[in-house]
Write a protein of this length. Structure first.
Ligand code: SF4
Length: 232
């Protein structure tokens, strides 16, 4: 800890080593829902949303100058449903398990943010595995994924340096100026998904996503089904 700043950081990864015990996990929210996006759409899942992102502060006044400007998620603080600060991996994994409830079959936790790789570590992955969860992560790919994950979804953002170029699904929010989908197709993912940007020009974004999937069959259209059916 910085002697000039003795208060604990809300982002564990920002001050401390990327390996080993890192202190408190800051969780924006944690809740039970159906996965609404990507190849696992429709699956019952606990969503664990970590606080904080390395591409935007989360404050509207910073959006125009952020590296990522189209975020549709509140990841600031720890005040959401099921959120809080957790002292260690066991405590957080217990929270996830209690939210899932009874039944050990097909347990799935989707770890997102913000940027989950700021906080996620192997200790938490192992604690979740011990509770029979498959551990999926949704990341912007600018930080390497920790080992042991069962599903890696990378959503690249224009103008950023994506270091995580392997995984299960590459989810391109579209359109984004500064990204050429052809340049992503050599990355090592099993699934290439294009998702219309959730913005004011919704129809234009949907048309652009459909056009991409029609023109480049490597890509498959995915919609934010949870929003269509009114889930979080
Ligand atoms: S990288 Fe993801 S969480 Fe971070 S600002 Fe962009 S969309 Fe939001």
């Amino acid at each position: 800890m910085d002697a000039h700043n003795p208060s604990p950081s809300p982002l564990r990864g920002s001050l401390l080593s990327p390996k080993g015990a890192r202190g408190i996990y800051a969780v924006k929210e944690c809740f039970l829902t159906l996965q609404g996006e990507g190849m696992q759409s429709g699956s019952r899942a606990v969503f664990l949303r970590f606080a904080g992102c390395n591409l935007w502060s989360g404050r509207e006044q910073d959006r125009a100058t952020a590296q990522c400007t189209f975020c549709d998620t509140d990841f600031v603080g720890t005040d959401g449903e099921g959120g809080g600060k957790f002292a260690d991996a066991e405590a957080l994994a217990d929270r996830v398990a209690s939210i899932w409830g009874e039944g050990a079959e097909n347990r799935l936790v989707v770890i997102t943010g913000g940027e989950p790789m700021l906080q996620l570590d192997e200790a938490l992955v192992e604690a979740l595995h011990a509770r029979r969860f498959r551990v999926a992560v949704e990341t912007n790919g600018t930080l390497p994924a920790v080992r042991g994950l069962d599903w890696i979804c990378v959503s690249p953002k224009a103008g950023t340096d994506v270091v995580q170029r392997t995984g299960d699904e590459l989810k391109l929010v579209w359109p984004q100026q500064g990204i050429d989908p052809a340049n992503l197709e050599s990355w090592a993912f099993d699934h290439f998904l294009v998702q219309p940007m959730d913005c004011e020009a919704r129809q234009e974004a949907l048309d652009a996503a459909i056009n991409l999937a029609m023109e480049r069959p490597r890509w498959r259209l995915t919609l934010q089904a949870h929003k269509l059916v009114g889930l979080s």
